[in-house]
Design a protein around this ligand. Structure first.
Ligand SMILES: CC(C)(COP(=O)(O)OP(=O)(O)OC[C@H]1O[C@@H](n2cnc3c(N)ncnc32)[C@H](O)[C@@H]1OP(=O)(O)O)[C@@H](O)C(=O)NCCC(=O)NCCS
Length: 170
């Protein structure tokens, strides 16, 4: 772990950090800047939105955000179709939508700090997330932090890789 000071700051749809958070997403998942900015701007208006960036020397090196998981939303309905809309884990839940740290800053505790701050700040009694079945690093982080498996993995769209679903009671 490097000893560099890490600063955590909230962001919302108005914040100059939103664009820089979207850039971390672009770097991580190789998506277009415009698409990512639209995605982040829409997500930042969702009910229960909470977002944080991690800064090192003023540069955004990580980000995470989430919002209420509600019936009628694409992700919620996909999960509900697999586990049942009445499943207790889906009631009054907050979904961790994105969490990413720039490649050269991984393994230094930043993802864990962002995760912990997001879960402390989010407003619901339980949380949800999905991640790729083969994402060992993310799975390890979530398992270490008490997340449990809700579904072992399915493709959200035909041809996509399988994503598992996890949940956590707070
Ligand atoms: C997943 C991710 C956010 C973790 O961020 P990070 O800053 O590297 O994570 P940290 O350094 O805080 O480590 C978090 C935990 O992961 C574990 N970990 C770190 N590096 C690991 C590795 N190479 N293999 C397995 N586990 C690892 C550590 O045990 C740590 O647990 P601890 O806090 O109990 O010690 C980051 O790797 C990332 O951005 N990955 C690409 C995007 C992604 O997969 N996002 C999550 C799924 S949507």
């Amino acid at each position: 772990m490097r000893t560099t000071a890490i600063q955590i700051q909230p962001f919302d749809v108005q914040s100059p950090y939103l664009k820089r958070a979207a850039h971390v997403y672009v770097q991580t998942w190789k998506r277009g800047e415009d698409w990512a900015l639209g995605f982040f701007s829409r997500q930042a208006c969702a009910p229960g939105f909470v977002g944080y960036v991690a800064l090192v020397d003023g540069d955004v090196v990580g980000m995470g955000f989430g919002s209420h998981s509600l019936p009628g939303q694409w992700w919620h309905d996909k999960v509900a179709a697999r586990v049942g809309a009445g499943h207790p884990a889906l009631q009054a839940a907050w979904v961790l939508v994105e969490l990413a740290v720039l490649d050269s800053w991984r393994g230094m505790g930043i993802g864990g700090i962002l995760h912990d701050r997001l879960l402390q700040a989010q407003p619901c009694p339980r949380t949800l997330l999905s991640t790729q079945v083969d994402n060992a690093r993310a799975r390890h982080m979530y398992e270490q932090r008490g997340w449990l498996y809700l579904h072992p993995g399915f493709a959200f769209e035909p041809g996509n890789p399988p994503y598992l679903v996890m949940h956590k009671e707070l």
